[in-house]
Design a protein around this ligand. Sequence first.
Ligand code: HEM
Ligand SMILES: [Cu+2]
Length: 261
Amino acid sequence: MYQWWVFLHLLGVFGFLISHGVSVAVAFRLRKERDPKRVQALLQVSSASISAFYPAMGLLLIGGVAGAFVGNLWGYGWIWASIVLLLVVSGAMYSVARPYYRRLRFITDAMVDGSEAVSSEQYAEVLRSRQLTIAGLGFGGLVLILYLMLFKPTLGMAPQLPASPTAATATPSLAASELSFNSDRLTVPASRPFQLSFDNQASGVPHNVSISDQAGKTIFTGETFSGPESVTYAVPALQPGAYRFVCDVHPQQMTGTMVAR
Ligand code: HEM
Ligand SMILES: [Cu+2]
């Protein structure tokens, strides 16, 4: 479930980048364009792309917000910071890019209709102004948001996990030697995505860790790799409860119980 919301969210991100990419390209092209007819055509392409931009942004928000609920992420700083940044950049675009483009459209349409109120020097000046501010704002916002999404800094805000004897605050870990896991019982945090570090100590022997629920439905399949090597798996949020973990290469010998709480 969590992964499907993230899927929708990323679909929205791709759609956003593809549709907004049109305005980005136009912005750079306009700096060199001087012919009002061509400027008008470019501005029309940019306008048209904005009708696909808002639905994509909606999908991005719906997927992200639903994912945050399902993954129990509202206690983390990075998710709030991402949303605030998205709103701030959108607001800045709305109050800087939009009025500037309105004015540019107005002048351009008038020039195409034969108006000579604006000299070609003034027109060139208008075409060049603001574009860098807009691009700086947009790219700066994108880079910062990508950083937050990928590195997930807590920014001084992270949820308190309930303390318990096998408190799941540290990264849960498993190791495998020749044909066995070092433990057949593992406690992991419930209701949020977590990292599982898996140390395959068996030289040349492939192992992995898969997680399935009581009904036998596979929930997570970790990448299979040969030792000696250690890999950190990103496991999606598990509802509280008991699960089975197994090595898909050696399901008979390598299995255990995982408790999410
Ligand atoms: C986090 C990233 C970004 C967000 C959230 C964002 C958001 C927005 C919004 C809400 C608008 C107003 C659309 C409208 O008129 O209804 C807009 C317009 C615009 N943005 Fe962005 N933007 C981002 C990145 C960029 C980047 C990297 C550029 C690079 C140049 C850019 C260039 C433009 C331009 C040129 C327009 C005006 C388009 C037109 O009126 O034809 N944006 N943006
Ligand atoms: Cu194995």
